[in-house]
Design a protein around this ligand. Structure first.
Ligand code: G6P
Length: 457
């Protein structure tokens, strides 16, 4: 069995003494796939993402079961930043803002050529590594062309592709140049089986195929909603480093205050700015919460090669400061914002959460919405965007918001903060049960079994 994704389970950093240190990869995809350890016998093919990763490949440093591809930095930058994260991510999350974007010009075409080269490098490596009849599970929007390319090289393989993002509805997908739209769909349709996180994204994909590619052909489409890993999270969140960070956070929050927690990559689709605007609105509309609540917001750096992400990060920081300047008092900092990635601190915040705020504009699933109810000590209330994939499973016990409506989101925060403790505990339990229904190991095996069960072509 082989897995292919842009980001792999490890990344490397050259230390001051010249040695290479390894670090666990981040993000929803890697968390979901964490269930596959070396004992599974699987090979995980991923890309070098930095010069230090490339150095590791050149020195022959690596982990069992992982093959990192040394794709030239310029090709990778164009494919990953220029196409995957600036075009395909924006299309599926419906993030473009007219009149400025998008513009599909000659520069776009040249980046697209790199995207093809990058996809071909994966297809060739997989073709080289796969045993006769092996199952290959290709991941995400970075690698949409791989199934079709691999099918041509190795018709004997069982090929699956899984999307961790939403899929755009046909009216939005149609903004891609016609030939590119068809190429993406045909690339995906090279797979025997395609997986999506929710019915909504699967249906959108099917609709795009009907409109632009003459239907699904022989490819089957399945829905596998990735859940949180309860055993791992509960054990990890009671380790010593988490306790230390809880103590530090409690200091920052202050005695007897409620906490509204959010943890995200600093990502446009996560809608952090509107989350802060909603919190500001809450402090305006409901002054009774002043001094009695703290918004703990962790916004970890992401995709900082893209100017639009850097600007967004700056805006998040500016707004948090503005709220603190305007409402803060000597003993109360209304927003506690941290931007340095720290998993133990995230778990500490989860444990302390009274309310979790998850308000993405659009999100494939959103694992934070599933993790906080599992970890929080007192059972937390969840304010959840109707546009998160997780809403399909958690909507009944969450407080649902339209992510664009900051007045409604402020009111939802008030409702969450005011929930009777026994109701909150009850709902929290139901949320945790729904959130852990399909743990990563099961999610992964389900896909593999479904792929192996396909009759082939
Ligand atoms: C999302 C994508 C993943 C990606 C992750 C982190 O969850 O679906 O494919 O790995 O974001 O983004 P990054 O660009 O840092 O890999």
């Amino acid at each position: 069995m082989l897995v292919a994704s842009n980001r792999g389970p490890v990344s490397y950093a050259v230390a001051d003494d010249g040695s290479l240190r390894s670090k666990r990869g981040g993000g929803g995809l890697v968390s979901g796939l964490s269930a596959i350890g070396p004992e599974s016998g699987a090979l995980w093919v991923c890309s070098a993402l930095s010069d230090d990763d490339r150095e590791a490949v050149r020195r022959g440093v690596g982990e069992d079961g992982v093959r990192m591809l040394d794709i030239p930095a310029g090709v990778h930058a164009d494919a990953y930043n220029g196409i995957a994260n600036s075009v395909l991510w924006f299309v599926h999350h419906m993030l473009y803002q007219t009149p400025l974007e998008p513009v599909f010009d000659a520069e776009f075409r040249s980046k697209w050529a790199s995207y093809e080269t990058y996809n071909r490098a994966f297809a060739e490596a997989l073709a080289e590594e796969a045993a006769e009849g092996a199952a290959v599970l290709v991941q995400d929007y970075h690698l949409t062309l791989v199934p079709g390319m691999l099918r041509e090289l190795r018709p004997d393989l069982r090929i699956g592709h899984f999307s961790h993002t939403p899929w755009a509805p046909p009216e939005y997908f149609a903004m891609l140049p016609d030939d590119i739209a068809r190429q993406v769909l045909r690339g995906m349709l090279g797979a025997d089986r395609l997986g999506f996180l929710t019915h909504r994204w699967a249906d959108a994909f099917t609709a795009c195929c009907e409109r632009f590619a003459g239907g699904l052909g022989d490819t089957r489409v399945g829905v596998h909603g990735l859940g949180a890993d309860a055993d791992f999270l509960r054990a990890r969140s009671h380790e010593a480093d988490v306790h230390e960070r809880m103590a530090a956070l409690k200091e920052e929050i202050g005695e007897g205050r409620r906490t509204i927690v959010r943890v995200d990559r600093t990502e446009l689709s996560k809608n952090i700015v509107r989350g802060l605007l909603a919190y500001r609105q809450l402090l305006d509309d409901r002054p009774e919460w002043r001094e009695r609540v703290v918004h703990v917001a962790f916004a970890y750096p992401s995709r900082q090669d893209l100017a639009v992400y850097r600007d967004y990060t700056a805006e998040v920081q500016r707004l948090a400061e503005e709220i603190n300047d305007r409402y803060g008092t000597p003993g109360w900092r209304p927003v506690v914002l941290h931007v340095k990635d720290d998993f133990a601190r995230s778990l500490a915040a989860y444990r302390l959460a009274d309310v979790a705020l998850v308000n993405p504009i659009r999100d494939g699933m959103n694992l934070v919405a599933k993790e906080v109810p599992v970890v929080s000590d007192a059972g937390c209330a969840l304010v959840l965007s109707r546009e998160a994939g997780a809403h399909e499973e958690l909507g009944e016990d969450a407080i649902t918001v339209n992510p664009y409506d900051v007045v409604q989101t402020a009111e939802a925060l008030h409702e969450a903060l005011s929930m009777r403790p026994e109701d909150r505990t009850e709902r929290g339990k139901r949320l945790a049960a729904a959130a852990t229904a399909l743990p990563p190991a099961r999610w992964f095996l389900d896909q593999l079994e479904a792929l192996r069960g396909e009759t082939g072509r």
